[in-house]
Ligand binder design. Sequence first.
Ligand code: DX5
Ligand code: ZN
Length: 224
Amino acid sequence: MIELAPSILSADFAHLADHIQGAVDGGATLLHVDVMDGHFVPNLTMGPPVVKSIRKATGLELDLHLMIEDPDKFVTAFVEAGADRMSVHQEACRHLHRTIQLIQSEGVGAGVVLNPATPVATLEDVLGMVDYVLVMSVNPGFGGQEFIPHALDKIRRLNQIRQDARLDFAIEIDGGVSTSNVEEIVRAGCDWLVAGSSIFHSADPGATVKEMQHLATEARAIRV
Ligand code: DX5
Ligand code: ZN
């Protein structure tokens, strides 16, 4: 099933609950929450207390994207705050296998994120244990950037490995996703679509979510 995850980075934080509700009305199935530390990426966002408030404001599953150094330190706090799944950057983890185990031991899904310059091959030895792989289609840190088409090749490669090795991790994409590229992303093999500015900066976020979901579902039907 295709899941659409609005990224609240582009929402108005003073009216977050309303914005989330608009996305839910349009059919969003999870909410993407970007955590940035000002070190791993040149931007700062939120910590566990804000995630806890978001948890209270919605019943949607929370998909946490940790763009932070040394994520092991914060895994437990974010799970306690309400995360349902959590991804860490390959580039930020010295002991990636241990970090994945830690997240899973907390009872939530574990994902690994690849920056645009990080090859799929770096995940060869953990693909059998991860719940999902997040392919960045922009450099992390900011919403509203242009989609990097090479991400499609990485999705195709991951999809091929998944089929050949009979694995069942999900493939997620993040950055520059909009109604204009949803179909080719899904056809490449992607399952979860993160979209921030194309949803929350549109005139009607609920309608945009609905349109993206529709395009994605049609493309998924062709893929099978
Ligand atoms: C960027 C974040 C994204 C961001 C995407 O570092 O990880 O989740 O919100 O925003 P758009 O969809 O506007 O590219
Ligand atoms: Zn993100």
